[in-house]
Design a protein around this ligand. Structure first.
Ligand code: PLP
Length: 768
């Protein structure tokens, strides 16, 4: 760690591949907006020349919108965007439904992969209108195509049906002609809305040749600014204005029109309708997709596309890479200067895509999806640069040993402790600093491939693959990992017990209270195993000392892998059939003798992103553990109180089994100190001495290094604490990452461990 002058900025050019979220405003469109704002700013309702000109432009734009949509009849109403258009369509249809006799068991139908704006609007207005209709999703197949038989069966009871032309996550387009047949054969009158937001500029449209009643659009998905959109309404469709007032837009949508937005649309439509110009045609877009697909497949040979390209617009790619979370890939692409989207929606703790779920794709694909989307203004030169960036990003992953590559020579050397996580479960890899020996603690099936790759790529010798106990929430993947690495495990360590401990471990060590325990020599470090029954009757503690003395007192033990015995803010639950709360009481007493207050306890679960804990950190927060250690709680009282805590633990069906009973000590989190990047620059220019640590992963750091900073990825945070404890207790330390979320977690965890002046940079590099 050294003091630095950081330059927290991503100096490289950025490539924006998130067009389905929004797009930049193209220069000619921005110019048109500027002219409208500064020169042609009249109110179309004014009868003077400035007003007349504004009105003429508005009507010209409406005509162009008709050409773009293939709609020579019907209304074209300028709106603030698609969400407003959707409200108008839904209110119009429901208002009409209220005035007619309702069918039996009425339905409001929408496609299961529709943008949330659609079902939420249906539910909202059905509730406000007191309409007793069920809002029902139309299922889709594995390609995202609507189930036409379901529609044929249910549409006769529908008060409205909402579908989308092109899906925003996958780019999947519907067969509108087939859809129309399914709808109209069984219900010629039902109001039908087709969300055309993602179709604009990607698919030819001919709306008046169809019986589509409503089609909302948003300008910002295709190079116009946010705040302007339009709604097409078929001639015969029911219509109710949503915004009443001065009677603008023929009384269909009151309020002074957005002249600058309309000017932007005019410029956009002229561009779209021009024979040639900056927008690529369909063939060109297909060629771009082909190049990107080839590059991605070369970069990630195991990549899986979450879409069928045969029924998707060429501008959206949605994929998952086995072994990588979408967060990891997002971070990687961001560091490479490529902006993509995780392609999934966050809901509480679970990050997955409801669109991919509705398509029935496997859970891992839904949880790890990446969406890469571009628009027709993409150029050949940009595409080439993006492909080069993807290749360099993947090169950086290979230097981290996260991807296989024979070509990589200067790999990052891995020494010390590495924490790997799958959800809230933790698995630990320890590499002896002076030899090539390593151990794995609490392996997890979803991380086996990554562990195997790391161990092979770093040329390590796995001496043991260990479990701290027989886990209740998963079967140990130790057997599979030992089989996968059989060629690298030394002969003498191959015969193991149930928890993976070698039958012939070769040595023993004495703990602080004089008890002699079996030990594994790892080179300069040693791993000692001691029983810790309670959570389960087979629970053990694995104590790692970087200096393998014969007798290990608490301060000699750097890391204690205690499985689910002590979790951060929590004790392991003791209401399994093989649990014993009284045994846990004695195990905790033993731990307080064997470990120092600051020994880093490395748990098998990390429910609150605290990485590791220590007896001192747990005691600072109070709770049962501190009372056991202080001797203020008898074994009997402990058992009674622990039973109460365990009773409060509710295992919800379908969710992760919780292994820890909350001791109620988690609430008193120390506050996290924050600074802005401007503060950081000022502090540095004032010469206030501090160390700045970039806590992104090494491959991110390699792609866009923070100038002069050290790199300590989150996976190495616990090791970093062990190596730098004395310094961290006094010196100020600034943590920075991509967006400020990892640095916030890390600084919270370090403070919880009692480590001094830690601050993090709010917004990270993103706001520098
Ligand atoms: N429909 C689809 C398919 C979309 O992708 C979006 C925006 O992401 C919307 C509707 C809502 O558009 P806006 O937020 O511009 O109103």
């Amino acid at each position: 760690m050294h003091d630095v002058q950081p330059e927290p900025s991503m100096s490289q050019q950025e490539f924006y591949l998130d067009s389905n979220a929004t797009t930049e405003v193209l220069p000619p469109i921005a110019e048109a907006v500027m002219t409208a704002l500064t020169q042609e700013y009249g109110n179309p309702s004014s009868s003077h020349i400035t007003g007349i000109r504004a009105k003429a432009r508005m009507e010209r734009t409406r005509q162009l919108a008709r050409q773009v949509m293939g709609a020579d009849s019907g209304k074209v109403i300028f709106t603030s965007g698609a969400t407003e258009g959707i409200q108008t369509a839904v209110i119009s249809a429901l208002q009409a439904a209220r005035q007619a006799p309702l069918p039996r068991r009425p339905l409001l139908l929408y496609g299961a992969t529709e943008h949330k704006a659609v079902p939420e609007t249906l539910k909202h207005w059905a509730r406000l209108f007191d309409l007793p209709a069920e809002v029902r999703a139309i299922p889709v197949d594995e390609r995202g195509r609507l189930d036409l038989e379901f529609i044929a069966e249910h549409v006769d009871r529908a008060l409205m049906i909402c579908t989308m032309a092109v899906n925003n996550e996958t780019g999947c387009y519907q067969d509108l002609a087939a859809l129309e047949r399914a709808i109209r054969t069984h219900n010629p009158q039902v109001p039908w809305m087709v969300d055309c937001v993602q179709a604009l500029g990607k698919l030819p449209l001919a709306l008046t040749a169809t019986t589509i009643d409503y089609a909302p659009f948003s300008g910002h998905k295709l190079y116009a600014p946010k705040g302007i959109g339009w709604l097409y309404v078929r001639e015969q469709a029911p219509f109710t204005p949503v915004i009443a007032g001065g009677g603008q837009e023929s009384g269909w949508r009151s309020g002074t029109e957005n002249g600058a937005g309309i000017a932007a649309l005019q410029a956009l439509f002229e561009m779209m309708l021009a024979e040639s110009g900056p927008l690529a045609d369909h063939q060109q877009l297909l060629a771009y997709r082909q190049t990107l697909v080839a590059t991605l497949k070369r970069a990630f040979p195991e990549l899986v596309f979450n879409q069928d390209h045969d029924c998707c617009v060429p501008t959206t790619l949605n994929f998952s890479v086995p072994g990588f979370s979408s967060k990891e890939l997002m971070d990687l692409f961001d560091a490479a200067g490529i902006r993509v989207s995780s392609g999934s929606a966050c809901s509480s703790k679970v990050t997955r895509s409801f669109v991919l779920d509705a398509m029935g794709l496997p859970a891992w694909q839904s949880e790890s999806a990446i969406r890469l989307s571009f628009g027709p203004a993409m150029t050949e030169a940009e595409l080439t640069a993006v492909c080069e960036r993807i290749e360099s990003a993947v090169g950086a992953l290979a230097t981290s040993c996260l991807l296989e590559s024979d070509a990589v020579e200067d790999k990052f050397g891995l020494k010390g402790l590495i924490q790997l996580k799958a959800g809230s479960s933790c698995c630990w890899l320890y590499v002896d600093p002076d030899s090539d020996r390593c151990v794995v603690v609490d392996p997890l099936a979803s991380l086996n491939e990554r562990l195997e790759r790391l161990i092979r790529c770093q040329d390590l010798v796995p001496v043991a693959i260990l479990d701290t106990h027989g886990h209740a929430d998963h079967v140990s993947s130790g057997v599979a990992l030992r089989a996968a690495l059989a060629d690298r495990i030394p002969e003498q360590y191959r015969a193991v017990d149930e928890l993976g401990w070698p039958n012939d471990c070769g040595t023993r060590r004495t703990l602080g209270d004089g008890q002699v325990m079996p030990a594994l020599d790892l080179g300069s470090s040693v791993l000692v195993r001691a029983p810790l029954p309670g959570h389960t009757d087979d629970s053990v503690g694995l104590f790692l000392s970087r200096e393998g003395r014969d007798t290990l007192v608490g301060s000699d033990i750097d890391f204690a892998f205690c499985g689910d015995t002590v979790l951060a803010g929590t004790l392991g639950r003791t209401n399994f059939t093989n649990s014993q709360p009284s045994a846990l009481y004695h195990s905790l007493v033993h731990l307080s003798v064997w470990l120092s207050p600051d020994t880093l306890i490395c748990p098998a679960h990390d429910y609150h992103h605290q990485f590791a804990t220590s007896l001192a950190a747990e005691c600072r927060q109070g709770g049962l553990l501190s009372q056991v250690i202080e001797g203020s709680l008898s074994e009997r009282d402990f058992v009674v109180r622990k039973a109460r805590l365990d009773e409060a633990l509710v295992d919800e069906p379908g969710t992760e089994l919780l292994c820890g009973a909350d001791t109620g000590s988690c609430s008193a989190e120390p506050p996290v100190a924050e600074i802005s990047s401007a503060d950081l620059k000022r502090w540095q220019s004032e010469g206030r001495v501090m160390a700045v640590v970039d806590i992104r992963e090494p491959h991110e750091f390699a792609l866009s290094p923070g100038a002069g900073m050290d790199n300590v990825p989150l996976s190495r945070l616990v090791d970093f604490v062990a190596q730098n404890r004395y310094r961290l207790e006094s010196d100020p330390l600034v943590l920075i990452c991509r967006s400020g979320s990892r640095s916030q977690l890390a600084s919270r965890s370090l403070r919880r461990l009692g480590l001094g002046n830690i601050v993090h940079v709010v917004g990270g590099y993103a706001l520098s």
